[in-house]
Ligand binder design. Structure first.
Ligand code: CUA
Length: 323
C-alpha cells in the first residue's frame, strides 16, 4: 500500500509541473514552445541512450571469454562507446545551437525595460511612437508580436523568467541583457525571479497579461492619462500623501513622485499586491502596508503598523481606485 501512495504522490508531483500559469512544459509562446520541444527531444534522446547503454551493460555481464565474443565486445566498445555518443551528442549540439539563432532574432516595435529590484519589478514600456509608460510588478504584452525586453538590475543579480512564455535571462548590475518573447495565446501567466537575490527572493513574482493586439494598443495609449481621482477616495489620497508614501511611490497627476518603490499610477488594474504575493483586494493591500516586514522580509518599505485600521482601509481604497 505504501508504494502505491508513493507512486500516486510522485505522479502528482510530476504532473503538477506540467500545466498551469507557471510551467515551462505548458507553453503559451513561441520561445517557450521551442524550449519545451528541446526539453522533450533531450529527455526522449536521453531515455533511448540510457536503454541502449543498459542493454549493452547487461550483455557485457553475460559475455564469456572466447575469441569470437571478445571480437564482438571490442566492436561494441568502439561503436557503442565512441561512435554512438559522438554522433548522438553532435546531433543534439547542432540541434540546440540551431535553436539559439531563432531565439536571438530582434524584436519588432515595442520594447519593455524591466529592472529587477529587491524584491519587485520596475517596468517601463517604450513604444516606438509615444511616451514611455511606467509601471511595476505587471507586464502586459500584445499577442503575436515579438516584444523585446531590456533587462537590468540596480542592486544584486536577479533573473527574469516567464515559464509559459520563455526565458530565463539573468539581470546583472551594470549590464543590459536582451530577451525577445512572443505570446501566442491571450491569458494571465506568472513570472518569477529565478536567481537567489536575498531574503524575499521567493516572494518576487509578477503577473503577465497577454492581450489581443488591439486591446493592448488601446490600453497602452490610455496609460498616458493621469490616474483617475475618485472624489470618494479623497481621504485615502490625503493619508497616502501625509504619511510620506509619495516619497517612494509615484502616482501620476499627484504630488507623489517617488522613484524608490513601485509606480502605483494604475495599481487598481494589477492582479496582485506585493509583487505576486497576494490577490489585489483592499484587505490584502491594508495588510501589506501594516505588516510589510513580516510579509516581505528585508523589503525596503517599512511596515506602517501605527496606522489605524480605518486609515489603512482608506489608503487601500484609494490605491484600488487608481485605474
Ligand atoms: Cu530577485 Cu531573486
Amino acid at each position: 500500500r505504501h508504494w502505491r501512495i508513493l507512486a500516486v504522490a510522485a505522479g502528482a508531483l510530476v504532473l503538477g509541473g506540467c500545466s498551469g500559469v507557471q510551467s515551462a512544459l505548458d507553453p503559451a509562446g513561441f520561445e517557450a514552445r521551442e524550449v519545451a520541444t528541446l526539453f522533450w527531444v533531450m529527455a526522449i534522446g536521453a531515455g533511448v541512450v540510457w536503454a541502449i547503454v543498459m542493454a549493452i551493460a547487461v550483455y557485457a555481464t553475460r559475455i564469456r571469454p572466447d575469441p569470437h565474443e571478445e571480437k564482438v565486445g571490442l566492436r561494441l566498445i568502439l561503436w557503442g562507446g565512441v561512435g554512438f555518443p559522438t554522433v548522438v551528442l553532435a546531433g543534439l549540439l547542432v540541434y540546440g545551437l540551431g535553436m539559439m539563432w531563432t531565439l536571438r532574432e530582434p524584436g519588432e516595435g515595442l520594447r519593455i525595460d524591466i529592472s529587477g529590484e529587491q524584491f519587485w519589478w520596475r517596468v517601463t514600456y517604450r513604444p516606438q511612437d509615444g511616451a514611455a509608460v511606467a509601471s511595476a510588478n505587471e507586464v502586459r504584452l500584445p499577442v503575436g508580436e515579438r516584444v523585446e525586453f531590456a533587462l537590468t538590475a540596480p542592486d544584486v543579480i536577479h533573473a527574469f523568467w516567464i515559464p509559459s512564455l520563455g526565458g530565463k535571462v539573468d539581470m546583472i548590475p551594470g549590464r543590459e541583457n536582451r530577451l525577445v518573447l512572443q505570446a501566442e495565446k491571450p491569458g494571465v501567466y506568472r513570472g518569477v525571479c529565478a536567481e537567489f537575490c536575498g531574503a524575499s527572493h521567493a516572494l518576487m513574482a509578477f503577473d503577465v497579461v497577454a492581450m489581443e493586439k488591439d486591446a493592448f494598443e488601446a490600453w497602452l495609449k490610455d496609460q498616458a492619462r493621469p490616474a483617475a481621482q475618485a472624489s470618494e477616495q479623497a481621504r485615502g489620497a490625503e493619508l497616502f500623501l501625509n504619511n510620506g508614501c509619495g516619497a517612494c511611490h509615484a502616482v501620476s497627476g499627484t504630488e507623489a513622485k517617488g522613484v524608490v518603490g513601485p509606480d502605483l499610477t494604475r495599481f487598481g488594474e494589477r492582479p496582485t499586491v506585493g509583487a505576486g504575493l497576494m490577490p489585489n483586494t483592499p484587505d490584502n493591500v491594508a495588510r501589506f502596508i501594516r505588516e510589510t516586514d513580516t510579509l516581505k522580509p528585508r523589503a525596503k518599505m517599512p511596515a506602517y503598523g501605527a496606522l489605524k485600521p480605518d486609515e489603512l482601509q482608506a489608503i487601500a481604497g484609494y490605491l484600488g481606485s487608481l485605474k
